[in-house]
Design a binder for this molecule. Structure first.
Ligand SMILES: [Zn+2]
Ligand SMILES: [Zn+2]
Ligand SMILES: [Zn+2]
Length: 260
């Protein structure tokens, strides 16, 4: 059994958006408050998270995460890597460099962004975060304790982004095109978290109608939509329009995946 927690379900700016007075940004419904997109995956033995955006610290505190075995990076946009400095707490607590699984191209960006963590030992500030960067390669399963995770490539405009499949569960965010091969590799997934930015088409993300179509073609038992923009509308209104087995994800939502 796996427990998935939605750490954040918002697009890159989060919801509410700074300075916006729309109905969604003014909503008092907690389901309309979205930190940057990320999930926590927990089993009895293992805790990992997918992405560490600018809200990583707040998300770890909210969910009272005391131990983290690894972080998987989907891609190197700031809303997915902007919180990596805050792995320092886990560095101290666990006395290890944090294993970060990322595509080589994403690792280059992490090294640029956090250059102070990659200097010579003699130059390293004692409080700097420490990372153990590990390659994600297509068709090479990631094994973390008892979990085997299949990375599946997606196209996010010009950027490579990885979806992650664990048995009958998959997490698929930040893409506008999915190859037929990647779609084939998602077949058999029963529980799907997939991005849906807004109603209208977008150049680097899929829209709600496109996300529904993928979930229906995969014939999933249940789908949750994440990486949601304020222009989607209020959760309470949007959920009424969705197929019965689908809903907008919200921050703090917990999903139990059985029969994995
Ligand atoms: Zn994003
Ligand atoms: Zn707004
Ligand atoms: Zn992105």
């Amino acid at each position: 059994m796996m427990k998935i927690t939605i750490l954040g379900s918002g697009t890159s700016q989060g919801v509410p958006v700074i300075g916006c007075n729309c109905d969604v940004c003014k909503s008092t419904d907690m389901r309309d408050k979205r930190l940057r997109t990320s999930i926590l995956i927990q089993t009895e033995q293992t805790t990992i998270c997918v992405d560490a955006g600018p809200d990583f610290r707040q998300q770890m505190l909210r969910e009272n995460v005391q131990h983290l075995d690894a972080i998987l990076i989907t891609h190197h946009h700031k809303d997915h890597i902007g919180g990596l400095d805050d792995v320092r707490s886990f560095n101290f607590l666990q006395n290890i460099s944090m294993p970060i699984y990322a595509a080589p191209v994403a690792q280059e960006e992490i090294k640029r962004e956090y250059s102070y963590a990659f200097v010579d030992k003699s130059q390293l500030y004692p409080g700097a975060p420490t990372y153990n960067l590990i390659d994600i390669k297509d068709h090479k399963p990631i094994v973390i304790n008892e979990l085997t995770i299949e990375p599946i490539p997606l196209s996010h405009l010009h950027m490579l982004c990885y979806a992650f499949r664990i048995g009958n569960f998959a997490y698929v965010t930040d893409f506008n095109t999915m190859s037929d091969e990647s779609f084939e590799r998602l077949k058999g997934v029963e529980y799907l978290i997939i991005e849906a930015l807004r109603h209208e088409k977008h150049y680097s993300h899929i829209s709600l109608p496109e996300a529904i179509e993928i979930a229906q073609r995969l014939n999933v038992k249940k789908a949750w939509f994440t990486h949601v923009s304020h222009s989607m509308g209020r959760a309470v209104d949007v959920n009424k329009t969705l197929p019965q087995n689908m809903m907008l994800a919200y921050d703090g939502l917990q999903i139990t995946v059985e029969n994995n």
